[in-house]
Ligand binder design. Structure first.
Ligand code: A3P
Length: 288
């Protein structure tokens, strides 16, 4: 299924037709969760692949066998992707699921059964930069044009996957109701070991110090960028063209400083303030 030029619109959000159909999106909205499920929620480019790796490693007690042999889209599949319905659902392990969907799409499904929900957020200026570069290698996304054009679309919420602001506000709006575990890309950078400990405690999967050390070792940027199960080298260049850039691009915080002009930064901050001013977000990213 290529559909590289197709765009689907669902819940007001534009999505790549290569990965989504109206049927796959409707199935996601009607998904039957189980209390043992773990749902990882992110806006794209926020550290999804990193946390998928961490979750698999936590449930494997630090043993890298699974992360080295099964692609992340099979072991931590996206609920809304076309291939999801073909994956085996019967397992005696907790199902590790991923989604980029806005909260309202899954609201009904999450009301009936409460899986463990983890939301990973990243400084939106860095999300915009990472997403811009990803558009250049992902042939299922539109040509991003100049960084300036792309940034305007990102701020307007007209990029594929919709508005970053609506996404985070929607999910944080039901943080209490869902018992949602919130963590940032920046915290993972600052103290990975502490984050692994917090996540494993939330999941009810306490680990020994040597197991935590193994999780941290196998989910480092260096290890993951060499792991063919996550670095996208398994995909055809027609889908992800790695001759134009890497999926594991820089893996740093505040790369936005190398891309934004002072005017772009100022405009972004104004919109951020307007959109997020009354949101109960306790993290403060470095926006200046
Ligand atoms: P950059 O493009 O800024 O390098 P996602 O998985 O949500 O698509 O996010 C991809 C971003 O997370 C990329 O950011 C990628 O380099 C970064 N990333 C993935 N694994 C990482 C790791 N182990 N350490 C640091 N950054 C990581």
């Amino acid at each position: 299924m290529a559909r590289l030029e197709v765009t689907e619109t669902f819940a007001g959000v534009r999505l790549p037709g290569h990965l989504h159909t109206q049927e796959s999106l409707a199935l996601a909205g009607a998904f039957q969760f189980r209390p043992s499920d773990v749902l990882l929620v992110t806006y794209p480019k926020s550290g999804t692949t990193w946390v998928q790796e961490i979750l698999t490693l936590i449930y494997s007690a630090g043993d890298p066998a699974l992360v080295k042999t099964i692609p992340n889209w099979t072991r931590n599949p996206w609920l809304e992707h076309v291939y999801f319905k073909e994956l085996p659902q019967e397992t005696n392990r907790p199902r590790l699921l991923t989604t980029h969907m806005p909260q309202q799409v899954l609201a009904a499904a999450l009301r009936t059964c409460k899986p463990k929900v983890i939301y990973v957020a990243r400084n939106p200026k860095d999300v915009a930069v990472s997403f811009y570069h990803f558009h250049k290698i992902a042939n299922f996304l539109p040509d991003p044009g100049s960084f300036s054009d792309f940034l305007q679309h990102f701020l307007d919420g007209t990029v594929h996957f919709g508005s970053w602001f609506q996404h985070i506000k929607g999910w944080l709006g039901c943080q209490e109701k869902l018992g949602l575990f919130f963590i940032t890309y920046e915290e993972l950078h600052q103290d990975l070991q502490r984050c692994v400990e917090r996540l494993s405690a939330f999941l009810g999967c306490p680990l020994q110090p040597d197991q935590i050390a193994s999780v941290c070792q196998h989910c480092s940027f260096t290890s993951m960028s060499k792991n063919i199960m996550v670095n996208h080298t398994l995909l055809s260049p027609e889908i992800i063209d790695l001759s134009k850039g890497s999926f594991f691009r820089k893996g740093i915080t505040e790369d936005w400083r190398n891309h934004f002009s002072p005017q772009q930064s100022e405009l972004f901050n104004q919109i951020y303030q307007k959109e997020m001013g009354d949101c109960c977000l306790s993290v403060v990213w470095h926006m200046d």
